[in-house]
Design a binder for this molecule. Structure first.
Ligand SMILES: *Cc1c(COP(=O)(O)O)cnc(C)c1O
Length: 406
């Protein structure tokens, strides 16, 4: 499947009309659309396989368990993890980060330090603030430079023997900037710190090899990679996951329970209390099949072409400012109109009238907006089913909005 029209045919929603115009969906960084194989997998599960996993001796339960564990292996191979039990099913990136931060409550002390960056999604800021408040650990951050990239000189300065964890995103959802994650991991490891990579925006676009990166944790959401909402993944190195406490207790995650004390199950079940999103976790495997079928190489190349084209065209419009214009980029472009008093939402509303879905506002990244002294940006973000014709429509739409708002 290397033909865009063939790929588009897998996504029924792309035929939707919005405000009497054909939908042009450029809000993929918020959530991607889902191919038929994923939609069908969810329906098929409930139609013919529905049973609770890991508990039943009966046939359906065993088949549902097998299907979900097959999906876990697909995730493992997709990110090149060493073991399937290093893949924890979560309900999304936010859930995965909270799992780690809560799990570290018994590990961090007041001598320890956590480093995040100014370029993070709120879900990679707030859990660390909560953790550091509880453990009295120190929270530090890598500042953002004017060009939209991280201040790596400052990173060298704040990294020290007390740094226990560095938590940064691989690709920024707000600006589309690719961070020098290999460099960050290597430097952190020199000080014995663990690194958690928020891969919510990299996993849909880049080939990820967690072992080659040597990431200690790598987390992402299913719904931004053509999979269902309510699914996500926490990858962690076995020996590190074993040091974390589970923060949700309940069924499925125990080895033995008495009225006084319980012992926990082995990985991955220790962190998967309660009935999981079985249908979703299975369908996540179908999303991975889709991406493999199209090919990560093809996805990456096609999206890079769209980005370059959109960036070239937008750069010629003197009425707009593009953020992190020259930084390494994946997935998204963020911009604003120069004209005073024009808000990103004004632009978004006009584009919506033309059937073009973009995101406006702070993108769950208020610190980045504060850093640039703006309330928000207009963000166009791409997936493999987007076309150059759609970019042309976006450019036309932006020019139309400039006229309207003048
Ligand atoms: C979307 C996103 C999150 C949060 O993901 P959820 O699916 O909402 O849990 C975290 N970090 C980044 C970079 C994101 O893009």
């Amino acid at each position: 499947m290397k033909n865009i029209q063939e790929i588009r045919a897998q996504f029924p929603i792309l035929n939707t009309m919005v405000n009497q115009k054909p939908l042009i969906y450029l809000d993929n960084a918020a959530t991607s659309q889902k191919p038929l194989s994923v939609l069908n997998a969810i329906g098929d599960y409930y139609k013919s396989l529905n049973a609770n996993v890991h508990r039943g001796i009966h046939t359906l339960s065993q088949e549902a368990t097998t299907a979900m564990e097959e999906s876990r292996k697909k995730v493992q191979h997709f990110i090149h993890a060493a073991h399937a039990h290093e893949i924890i099913f979560t309900y999304g990136t936010t859930d995965a980060i909270n799992l780690i931060s809560r799990g570290l409550e018994g590990v961090l002390t007041s001598n320890d330090e956590v480093i995040i960056s100014e370029l993070e999604h709120h879900s990679n800021i707030v859990p660390w603030q909560m953790l550091c408040e509880k453990t009295q650990s120190k929270l530090r951050y890598i500042p953002l430079l004017d060009n939209g990239t991280l201040d790596m000189e400052e990173f060298d300065k704040i990294l020290n023997e007390n740094t226990k964890l560095v938590a940064v995103n691989h690709v920024s959802n707000a600006l589309g900037v690719i961070n020098p994650i290999e460099d960050i991991i290597n430097k952190a490891h020199q000080f014995g710190a663990w690194v958690m990579v928020d891969g919510a925006q990299s996993i849909p676009h880049l080939q990820i090899d967690v072992q080659q990166l040597n990431a200690d944790f790598y987390v992402f959401s299913g719904h931004k990679m053509y999979g269902p909402t309510g699914t996500g993944v926490l990858y962690g190195k076995e020996e590190i996951l074993n040091q974390l406490n589970p923060y949700r207790g309940g069924g499925e995650m125990i080895h033995t329970v008495s009225m006084e004390k319980s012992t926990y199950a082995d990985l991955p079940f220790k962190f998967e209390a309660g009935t999981p999103h079985i249908a979703g976790n299975i369908a996540l495997g179908n999303a991975i099949d889709f991406m493999n079928e199209v090919g990560m190489e093809f996805i990456h190349t096609h999206e890079q072409e769209l980005l370059k084209y959109a960036l070239d065209e937008l750069s010629q419009i003197k009425e707009i400012e593009i953020y992190a214009k020259h930084a390494p980029r994946s997935g998204a472009i963020s911009f604003n109109f120069n004209k005073k008093g024009v808000h990103s939402s004004d632009v978004g509303m006009i584009l919506d009238k033309l059937g073009i879905a973009v995101r406006t506002g702070h993108h769950c990244c208020q610190p980045i907006m504060s850093r640039f002294g703006i309330p928000g940006t207009v963000r166009a973000s791409f997936a493999v089913y987007n076309t150059t014709e759609e970019v042309d429509e976006l450019i036309k739409g932006v020019k139309f909005a400039i006229q309207m708002l003048n």
